[in-house]
Design a protein around this ligand. Sequence first.
Ligand code: GDP
Length: 390
Amino acid sequence: MKLAVIGFGNAGGKITDKLLWYEQKTNRDLIKTALSVNTARVDLARLEHLPEEHQFLIGQTDSRVKGHGVGADPELGAEITEMDRHEIDRALDTVPVYDIDAFLVVAGLGGGTGSGGAPRLAEQIREQYDEPVYGLAVLPSRDEGGRAVLNAARSFRTFADSTTNLILFDNDVWRGSGDTVEGGYDRTNEEIAKRVVTLLSAGEIDDSPVSENAMDSSDIRRTLSENGVSTIAYAESDRIPEQGGFLSSLRSNGTHDWNGADSATKVNGLIRQAVQSRLTCPADIDSAERSLLIVSGPGEAISRKGIESGRRWIEQTTESVEVLSGDDPRPDADTLSAVVLLSNVTDIPSIDQLQEQAVEAKENIEKQEEVRKEETEELLTDDDDVLDPI
Ligand code: GDP
């Protein structure tokens, strides 16, 4: 699938930057163009792989923003995006639409620019173009506080409505205990990039050999069908020794042989491991309507038989008959990866929890505002309200 990726806000920009990095590192050809839109100049300046001419600053002339961001206010993020529509148009004009299969809009939902702006951008793209608009939404970690949770719960609803399909990533389940915030983000952004690039680039014609059982962008489009929410499963094998190499000859006694019957068992095992390990956003996989499985790696390690039994297992586990599968041989890869897109999932405990916490946060914020108003009023007036203001 050929994509135009647009990162909105700080997280959106950084993740887009990481998608470009991973695509280049693995010699794939997925991203036709990548853009970043932000209200904060300093966030754009930190991007490493997105060229300056693909960075768009909105709200520069607004006295509340002036290039310094919207201060985690999604209403302002949405307003600025609408007001600066000409700048967004300028960004969209650079997209070679004839050459892409879909748009991907990426944003973190806990802040202001991405949370408020990304859904507006998705709406604008859908009004102007026929290509599907997928969203990649990052949910905040619950310890970011009530405001982030409230922003995310509100934006989730709008973003899901305005995109063809919304892929979720929950920071809460990916946060490492020993991580610094930025170090942790860098690591999680790499995890996101691996999954999204491996999934969406399958079937693209690049320098890799054409697979017998390749995916095609219409398979991905079919799986990411209208108005759904999706999550991605992924697992990667240990390094596979080069065929005919020293390590390989040492291990040719069967236990590490990636060819023949044994490789089918390993591929099948890797697929099960993917689905049973941490999803980008934990969800009840029974509730998925459709799935798409891709096994990518050195051609000699990919067993069609293994993929077929893995596919049947996903079909039984998700109780769905819509499970597509394909392979993506990568001669320069030294590991095998299985990626499974679970689409149109409806049972997502993190969303239920986020919404509950957001309701609580909304009530607390309103209560605090009320108390602050009363206290300020009390401060400004004398005890018996005798004094008149001048
Ligand atoms: P915005 O620029 O106003 O859209 O706000 P940010 O993008 O800075 O933050 C929005 C949310 O995204 C935060 O609440 C975090 O949960 C999340 N976030 C920020 N940076 C990153 C990042 O680099 N990676 C990930 N996975 N999440 C991030």
